[in-house]
Design a protein around this ligand. Structure first.
Ligand code: THU
Length: 134
């Protein structure tokens, strides 16, 4: 899909803003995410850490799960914001792949500068998807 710079900016800005709510007492590495549905709604998420470390949840998954729990399962773009333009983890790539390999992923730094833009298919080649279970 072809995104305009305004569209990129809007989604990245939503992730920049929500990142302030990241709950990161252990890593001190706040992550903000924003996903736009094909119907044009935006859902945001932050990483939420836990004293029992493995129970931490990533920002991307929080955003996607919020959307899914509101009945939205089709996404055209996801923005992820970290201090240093970090890339989504493997688990988040897998969750993105569940809902479509064509979704565009925008990776930005804490100032909102776009560092990378690619599809989920590019981020997770040879993905295991629902079609493998048919
Ligand atoms: N984190 C995310 O929120 N998304 C990712 O894709 C990578 C990692 C979080 C988890 C943890 O709270 C912190 O970043 C450091 O790993």
């Amino acid at each position: 899909m072809n995104l305009t710079n305004d569209e990129r900016r809007t989604l990245i800005q939503a992730a920049v803003e929500i990142r302030k709510r990241a709950y990161v007492p252990y890593s001190n590495y706040p992550v903000g995410a924003a996903v736009r549905t094909k119907t044009g709604k935006i859902y945001t998420g932050v990483n939420v850490e836990n004293a029992a470390y493995p129970h931490t949840m990533c920002a991307e998954r929080v955003a996607i799960f919020k959307a899914v729990s509101e009945g939205e399962t089709e996404f055209d773009v996801v923005a992820v914001v970290t201090n240093n333009g970090g890339s989504p983890c493997g688990g988040c790539r897998q969750v993105m792949a569940e809902f479509g390999l064509d979704t565009i992923v925008l990776i930005a730094d804490g100032s909102g500068n776009l560092k990378k833009e690619m599809s989920v298919a590019e981020l997770l080649p040879e993905a295991f998807t629902p079609k493998h279970l048919q």
